[in-house]
Design a protein around this ligand. Structure first.
Ligand SMILES: [Zn+2]
Length: 689
C-alpha cells in the first residue's frame, strides 16, 4: 500500500501569447472537481470515516486471496483501485486543516487527517499485502513493466512500514509511526496558527517597502505592528533600515511555532531513532535514505562537506563585502545574519543599479500569472482556462482547467491559493490532492493539485506586486503542478518521484526566470505597462551569482543540520547542534533566536533526512537544463521531449533513467558546479566522492 497522503513538494511577454486567464468562459471542465471543499465539521468526519471503512473492507477482501490464487489484479492491482477511491473521497478532507478559513472545518480535517494517517500506517504494515508484493516482484512473475514497478514499490514501502517484522515489533512500530504523524501534524498546525508580530517605532520604520507599510497597523507608541510570516519576511528584511528591528524580526521569525514545536521536533527525533533501530538501521537518516537515490548518509555528508569547503572562501568574501557596505552605511557593529538581505539589497541598488523595489513595479500578480501560463503552454503543449466561479475552499482561490493543446483532452484541475490568511499553511508549496491515473482499461482519474503560498498582500487599491524571487518561486512551484498534472502512468503509486529527485524538474525551470526574453515577457510595469528594460534585465542577470556563495552555504548548513539531527545517537539538543554547526559552517554570522528549530517545517513535513535533496537534485536540474541551453529555452521540441521523457513516466522510471532518456547520456555534475561558482571541481567527476 502506498503512502495515502503524499508529502507536499516543498521552491515567467506579451509577444505571441494570449493571456490564458482571459479565456474563462470556454473551460473544458466544470468547476466541480468531485471534491467537497465546503463540508460541515460533522459531514467531513462522517464522510472521512465512511471512506476509510469502505476501503478497509476492500483491503480485507484482498487479504483473503490465497497465495496459490494470487494475481496482480486481485491483490496489488485491487489495492491500487482502493487507494484511488480513498483519495477521491477523503483527500480534500485531509488537506483542509491547512487551508480552510473555517475553524470547525479545520478541526474536523485534523481529525480526518489523523484517521487517514492511522489507516495508512495499518495498511502499510499489512504483512499479507507485503507477502503478495514480494512474491509478485520476483523476476519473471510479471511481464508488464508498470505492474512490476508497482509490486516492487509495494514491497519496498511495506518493508519500510514494518510489514516484514514479527508481529510484536510490528505493533510497536505502528504505535510509533502514529505518534510521529501526530507530532508532525501538530507542528504544522502550530506554524499555520502562529500570529507572531513585532512592534517597531516610527524611527525604526525608515525604508520599509511601501506595499508592506501600507498593510501595517499603527502601534500605540506611534510605530507599527509588523506581522512576522512568509509574506512579510522578504520585504521587511530587505528594506527596513533599522538593524535592531531586523534582528528582532529574524529572532521572532525563527521562533515561530514556539518552544512547543521544538519539543515536538525533539520528541520526533527520539521516535525516529527508535524506529530506525527497530528496522535494523543505525539511525533515521540511514533508514530514510534506503529508499532515496543516495542510499547512504555518509555520501550525503561528504557531498555537503565538499560544497561547504569549496564555497568557503567565496562566502567569506561576500560577507566581508557586506560588512564593508554596513560600515560605509555608518554602522560599525559586526554583520549579523539579519543584516544580510538588507545590505545585499543596498549593494545591488547602489553599486549595480538594481533596485529590488523598482523591479517589483514590473511584476503585478495577474501579468505574472498569465505570462507564466503562456510559457508553460508553449513548452508543454498544454492550455489553461480559468473556471469562474471557482469551486474552492476559500474566497480568492482561483481554479483552472488544464487540457492538452493538440487533442483538447482535459488533463486536470489546478488551484492557485496565493495570499496569506489567518491559520493558513505558512509557506509556499504544491499540494497534490488527487493523482493523475490513466488506468489500463482506458479510464482516466483526473488530477487535482494546488499551489498554496503566501505572496505579499497588495497595498489597498493597488495590484499585488511581486519581487523577482517571488516570480522564481512561482515558476518553480508551477513546475510541481505540471509534474502532478502531466504524469501519464496507469497506477497512483507510480505518480510520485523519488524524494531526492522531486525538486529537480522545478529547479531546472527556475533557470527560465534568468533569460532576457522570458523576463521581458512576464514583466509589465504597473504604471506604464512596459516590460523590464533590456539594460535592467542585463544588470539583473549579471548579479545572479551575487550572494550565491552565502545562500548555497546556508543551504548546505541547513542540510547538514538535518543530517546531524538524524544521524545522532541518543537525545539531541537542537539548539546546541544548530549553534555548533553554524560556528563551523557559517563563521562570522550569528542567527539570533533562542530556538531556531521551531519553524523548520521541512524537518516535520516529509523532508526529514531529506533537506539535502534541494542541493542533490540541483545537480540533475542543472544537467537537464543543458539541453535547453543548447536548443533554446522556448524550444517547443525540447519542451515536448521534457514532457515525454521526464514528466509523463514520473515514478515509473528511476531518476537516472529519466535523465538518460532526455539527455541521451548519464548525469554529469559540471553544470551544477559551474552554477555554484565552484571552479576547482574536476570536470566530469561525481559529487560526494
Ligand atoms: Zn519545490
Amino acid at each position: 500500500m502506498p503512502r495515502l497522503l503524499r508529502s507536499i513538494t516543498c521552491g515567467l511577454t506579451t509577444l505571441l501569447f494570449t493571456p490564458a486567464i482571459l479565456a474563462a468562459q470556454q473551460s473544458p471542465l466544470p468547476a466541480a472537481t468531485g471534491f467537497d471543499f465546503h463540508p460541515t465539521g460533522v459531514s467531513l468526519i462522517t464522510g472521512c470515516k465512511a471512506a476509510i471503512h469502505r476501503v478497509r473492507s476492500e483491503l480485507h477482501a484482498v487479504d483473503s486471496v490465497q497465495a496459490e490464487k494470487r494475481t496482480f489484479a486481485n491483490t496489488v492491482g485491487r489495492a491500487e483501485h482502493a487507494t484511488m477511491s480513498l483519495l477521491d473521497s477523503a483527500a480534500a478532507y485531509a488537506n483542509l486543516y491547512l487551508v480552510s478559513p473555517d475553524a470547525e472545518v479545520r478541526q474536523a480535517s485534523q481529525i480526518c487527517s489523523q484517521q487517514l494517517a492511522k489507516f495508512s500506517v495499518d495498511v502499510g504494515a499489512d504483512s499479507k499485502m507485503y507477502d503478495d508484493a514480494v512474491a509478485l516482484s520476483k523476476p519473471g512473475v510479471l511481464n508488464d513493466p508498470a505492474q512490476r514497478k508497482v509490486a516492487e514499490l509495494y514491497a519496498e514501502q511495506g518493508r519500510h512500514a514494518g510489514a516484514g517484522l514479527d508481529s510484536a515489533t510490528r505493533e510497536r512500530v505502528k504505535g510509533l509511526f502514529n505518534r510521529l504523524n501526530d507530532l508532525q501534524r501538530e507542528y504544522a498546525v502550530a506554524l499555520a496558527a502562529d500570529s507572531t508580530t513585532i512592534t517597531i517605532t516610527a524611527a525604526e520604520s525608515k525604508g520599509i517597502a511601501p506595499q508592506l507599510l501600507a498593510n501595517l497597523k499603527q502601534a500605540p507608541n506611534g510605530g507599527y505592528v509588523v506581522p512576522v510570516n512568509e509574506a512579510t519576511s522578504g520585504p521587511f528584511m530587505q528594506t527596513d533600515a533599522s538593524s535592531a528591528a531586523r534582528a528582532r524580526f529574524q529572532a521572532a521569525n525563527l521562533q515561530r511555532g514556539g518552544a512547543d514545536n521544538v519539543k515536538r521536533l525533539e520528541s520526533a527525533l527520539a521516535i525516529r531513532d527508535t524506529l530506525a533501530h527497530l528496522f535494523g538501521f543505525p539511525n533515521w537518516a540511514a533508514y530514510q535514505l534506503d529508499t532515496h537515490m543516495v542510499k547512504d548518509p555518509t555520501r550525503v555528508i561528504a557531498f555537503l562537506n565538499q560544497i561547504d569547503s569549496e564555497l568557503y572562501s567565496k562566502t567569506k568574501t561576500e560577507l566581508a563585502n557586506l560588512a564593508a557596505v554596513k560600515r560605509a552605511d555608518g554602522d560599525n557593529t559586526a554583520l549579523l545574519s539579519s543584516d544580510i538581505s538588507y545590505y545585499n539589497a543596498m549593494l545591488r541598488r547602489t553599486r549595480y543599479k538594481v533596485d529590488n523595489e523598482e523591479i517589483r513595479q514590473y511584476f503585478p500578480v495577474d501579468h505574472v500569472i498569465s505570462g507564466v501560463f503562456g510559457i508553460y503552454e508553449h513548452l508543454l503543449g498544454v492550455k489553461f482556462d480559468e473556471i469562474t466561479p471557482a469551486d474552492a475552499w476559500a474566497p480568492g482561490v482561483r481554479e483552472f482547467a488544464v487540457s492538452d493543446a493538440a487533442t483538447k483532452k482535459p488533463l486536470g484541475w489546478i488551484f492557485l491559493d496565493l495570499f496569506p490568511r489567518p491559520n493558513k499553511y505558512d509557506h509556499f508549496a504544491t499540494f497534490p490532492m488527487r493523482p493523475a491515473v490513466h488506468w489500463a482499461d482506458g479510464t482516466f482519474d483526473m488530477p487535482v493539485s494546488a499551489i498554496v503560498g503566501n505572496w505579499p498582500t497588495a497595498a489597498p487599491g493597488k495590484p499585488a506586486l511581486l519581487s523577482h524571487q517571488d516570480v522564481i518561486t512561482f515558476f518553480h512551484e508551477f513546475g510541481h503542478l505540471m509534474d502532478a498534472t502531466i504524469v501519464n502512468v496507469p497506477f497512483p503509486t507510480l505518480v510520485g518521484l523519488r524524494q531526492d529527485f522531486v525538486e529537480a524538474p522545478s529547479q531546472m525551470l527556475e533557470n527560465w526566470m534568468w533569460q532576457p526574453s522570458v523576463l521581458a515577457r512576464v514583466s509589465s510595469n504597473v504604471t506604464t505597462g512596459k516590460p523590464l528594460p533590456p539594460d535592467l534585465i542585463e544588470r539583473m542577470i549579471a548579479l545572479r551569482q551575487l550572494g550565491a556563495g552565502y545562500s548555497n552555504s546556508a543551504q548546505a548548513f541547513y542540510a547538514m543540520f538535518d543530517m546531524r539531527l538524524h544521524t545522532a545517537t541518543g537525545p539531541i539538543d537542537t539548539k546546541v547542534t544548530w549553534d555548533s554547526l553554524q560556528a563551523r559552517m557559517m563563521p562570522g554570522v550569528t542567527f539570533t533566536g533562542a530556538y531556531p528549530a521551531a519553524s523548520f517545517g521541512h524537518l516535520m513535513g516529509g523532508y526529514d533526512a531529506g533537506y539535502y535533496g534541494y542541493l542533490w537534485s540541483k545537480a540533475y536540474a542543472q544537467d537537464l537544463f543543458t539541453r535547453f541551453e543548447k536548443d533554446g529555452v522556448m524550444s517547443a521540441s525540447a519542451g515536448m521531449a521534457y514532457r515525454h521523457d521526464i514528466l509523463e513516466p514520473g515514478g515509473l522510471r528511476e531518476p537516472d533513467a529519466l535523465l538518460q532518456s532526455f539527455l541521451g547520456r548519464p548525469l554529469n555534475y559540471d553544470a551544477f558546479y559551474r552554477d555554484l561558482g565552484i571552479t576547482t571541481h574536476a570536470a566530469g567527476s561525481p559529487a560526494g566522492k
